[in-house]
Design a protein around this ligand. Structure first.
Ligand SMILES: Cc1cc2nc3c(=O)[nH]c(=O)nc-3n(C[C@H](O)[C@H](O)[C@H](O)COP(=O)(O)O)c2cc1C
Ligand code: SF4
Length: 667
């Protein structure tokens, strides 16, 4: 019997029967064509997830009315019959694998971006959904009627295209949510004020969608059950509001959060797996309808528990499926240990999609929309690959090389693999990161042609014994120590810490740090990890950053989470401020007015970034250059960056093998 009987049991809703309870919730990808058409990348991306065993795919939010209601850089559209052929093609592909498919229909309202659409956005009132965005224009009654009609037309197209269901997006700061939320709806007419009035637009949309799709076609309704913003709808408010517009919904997809609480919508890593299933439970108890819950669910155990507890009937796994399209099949067929779990870093997915206008990528999955066809290839003859450095980049390169048949040797000077990622994951709120090195190690262990040496220096003599054809330099990075007065003398002594010492000694700090002064120099991701550790433990934290902004390169979810931590814990921000001297108990800094100031501390942290570190590089290059050995550097050994770049470069070992003419298709 399957270990997860509830997860892998079917569910019928109207004419749709789902083969299991796992759902890929809608996630914008930026893979769309500029025209709004689904691209061939989309087809491959969704096909992989269907092939991986998911029960239902809800395709990312599609615009019901463009450009006015469009969202994202290249959002897909469903507002014209032109889009039908490719939508049909997608449904056809997904159905081949026994998966069901729905599409989320949406109007972005005030969340549409004027510079992209070329017009002022519309909304319930004139209140932007993102700080700093231009004010939208309140919709007239005629416009409301028109947009309601557009939702209906879009839903009808979904039926024609062959979808099994349609989802109406009524959450996440988009148009319907803008009407529902008292934060963005200040109307004085029949669409504003009371709950019934604020729910009127949602009700009109749901009724129109039903009229267009007919009585037996399933409609999902996605809501932000708790907006989790002061003054916004609470769970209780939403339970009440729902009575006005839930009637036509067959499944309630219970999400959470608005733009300003996005850390609860695209859940931050510190939140437990499935932490918000209580919201789905409350909706289910009140309305007796099937519900779906989502949020940091990364494996079948949590999914099974939620279903067993009766909190929800369907389990959304979003980023988990970006990270590993095969998650459902691995869970079902006893390969759970092989799941490449999402680490909730939000860098490749939300970071790309929302902040950078890039297509979705993934830190742990270097091939989000490309089939892992490389495994069908095989090395010709003997090819010895020596990878120096057992961090995530080195592990990825070593596993990939071994998977295509190279005799692969991984050399790590420390006693454990995983590198900086494994170190950072020891910070409690970063614990999810540990899943990635653990996955890589598991993958490496299963490869009999991959031998890992730990506690081993990659000296030229040692490498020589392995008769390398290719050497991969993946030695990573170490903390950057610029020539600042007193830094060298004091770092990692007494009260002055680098990130690595902070991690190794974190237990000594205890959990109650009230009255302790902590000063963190460096407002990048690493400095913020230190703040995230100390601020909630009651320490009096100051962060110093030379640039005008803290967390400049953070993904949007981590940015909002950072603001929350700063506000809740009164973290003092000193931007435009540079470190000039390090003493054993204080930093001397030059503030933005050019004045020198002393910042005393009980614990001082210097997090000025990382720099590449390749101690044996020159000696190894010298030794092997004349022997025709191919040599590449990857990851932080090239330049200190994030895991995502290192992993992608690790997979690029395939390109080196191609270049050398060594890879052939398996017969
Ligand atoms: C890149 C990205 C795009 C998303 N786009 C949508 C969207 O189009 N519609 C929507 O309702 N939710 C969207 N979401 C939210 C997800 O559907 C999901 O609720 C969220 O990621 C939490 O689930 P997870 O922890 O399983 O990823 C998006 C999330 C991500 C990461
Ligand atoms: S980029 Fe990070 S958060 Fe996004 S799917 Fe990949 S591992 Fe998960």
């Amino acid at each position: 019997m399957n270990a997860y009987p509830k997860v892998f049991s079917p569910l019928s809703v109207k004419h749709m029967t789902l083969k299991n309870r796992l759902v890929m919730p809608p996630m914008g990808t930026n893979y769309g064509e500029q025209s709004g058409e689904l691209s061939f990348l989309h087809l491959a991306y969704y096909e992989q997830r269907a092939a991986g065993g998911i029960g239902l795919i809800i395709v990312e939010n599609a615009s019901v009315y463009s450009p006015q209601g469009s969202n994202g850089t290249t959002q897909i559209r469903i507002d014209h019959d032109n889009y039908l052929p490719r939508l049909f093609y997608l449904c056809e592909i997904v159905h081949k694998y026994g998966a069901s498919i729905a599409v989320q229909i949406n109007h972005a309202g005030a969340s549409a971006v004027e510079s992209r659409t070329g017009m002022q956005p519309v909304s319930a009132s004139d209140i932007p959904t993102k700080t700093g965005s231009p004010a939208p224009r309140p919709m007239t009654r005629e416009e409301i009627d028109l947009v309601v009609k557009k939702y209906g037309e879009a839903a009808k197209r979904a039926v024609t295209a062959g979808f099994d269901a349609v989802e109406v997006h009524a959450g996440h700061s988009y148009l319907i949510s803008q009407f529902l939320s008292p934060l963005t709806n200040k109307r004085k007419d029949e669409f504003g004020g009371s709950s019934e009035n604020r729910a009127r637009f949602a009700k009109m949309v749901m009724e129109e969608v039903r009229r267009q799709v007919g009585p037996s076609f399933p409609i999902l309704l996605r809501i932000s059950a708790d907006e989790l913003v002061p003054g916004g709808n609470t769970l209780e408010d939403m339970l009440d509001l729902l009575k006005y517009f839930e009637k036509e919904a067959d499944i309630i997809d219970v999400s959470a959060g608005l733009n300003s609480s996005i850390q609860y919508q695209i859940d931050s890593g510190h939140l437990e797996d499935g932490w918000r299933s209580y919201m789905a439970k409350a909706v289910k108890e009140r309305y007796g309808k099937p519900t779906m819950t989502t949020g940091n669910i990364r494996g079948p155990k949590v999914a099974e528990r939620i279903l067993e507890d009766g909190d929800a009937d369907l389990i959304g796994i979003g980023r988990g499926l970006i990270a590993d399209p095969e998650l459902p099949n691995k869970a079902k067929y006893g390969r759970e240990d092989e799941i490449r779990k999402c680490i909730s870093c939000n860098i490749g997915c939300a970071g790309h999609r929302i902040a950078l206008n890039r297509p979705v990528r993934c830190t742990v999955n270097p091939m989000v929309n490309v089939w892992e066809d490389y495994k069908k290839q095989r090395i010709e003859g003997i090819c010895n690959v020596v990878v120096i450095g057992g961090g995530t980049a080195g592990l990825e390169a070593a596993c990939t090389a071994a998977e295509v048949g190279c005799s692969t040797y991984l050399i790590e000077k420390k006693g454990a693999l995983g590198g900086l990622a494994a170190e950072i994951s020891k910070i409690p709120d970063k614990r999810r990161i540990a899943d990635f090195p653990a996955y890589l190690e598991y993958r490496a262990k299963k490869l009999r042609n991959l031998i890992a040496f730990t506690n081993t220096e990659a000296t030229p003599d040692f490498v020589d014994k392995l008769k390398p054809d290719i050497i991969v330099n993946a030695t990573g990075s170490s903390p950057l120590m610029p020539p600042i007065d007193g830094l060298k003398e004091n770092i990692d002594k007494g009260r002055v810490y680098s990130i690595l010492r902070m991690i190794s000694e974190q237990e000594s700090f205890g959990n109650d740090l009230k009255g302790k002064k902590v000063v963190v120099v460096g407002g990048g991701a690493v400095g913020l990890d230190v703040v995230e550790f100390f601020a909630p433990r009651g320490a009096d934290v100051t962060i110093v950053e030379m640039l005008p902004e803290i967390g400049k390169d953070l993904d949007p979810v981590s940015k909002v989470r950072m603001t929350e931590i700063f506000e809740e814990n009164n973290v003092a921000e000193r931007t435009g401020t540079a470190l000039t001297r390090v003493d054993s108990d204080k930093f001397v800094v030059k503030n933005r007015d050019g004045e020198l100031e002393e910042l005393n501390f009980d614990y001082g942290f210097v997090c000025l970034g990382m720099k590449s570190s390749s101690p044996h590089l020159t000696k190894i290059e010298e030794r092997f250059a004349s022997q025709g050995v191919e040599f590449i550097s990857i990851g932080d050994a090239v330049r200190a960056r994030r895991i995502i770049e290192g992993v992608s470069e690790g997979r690029n070992i395939l390109n080196v093998l191609h270049k050398l003419g060594r890879l052939k298709e398996r017969n």
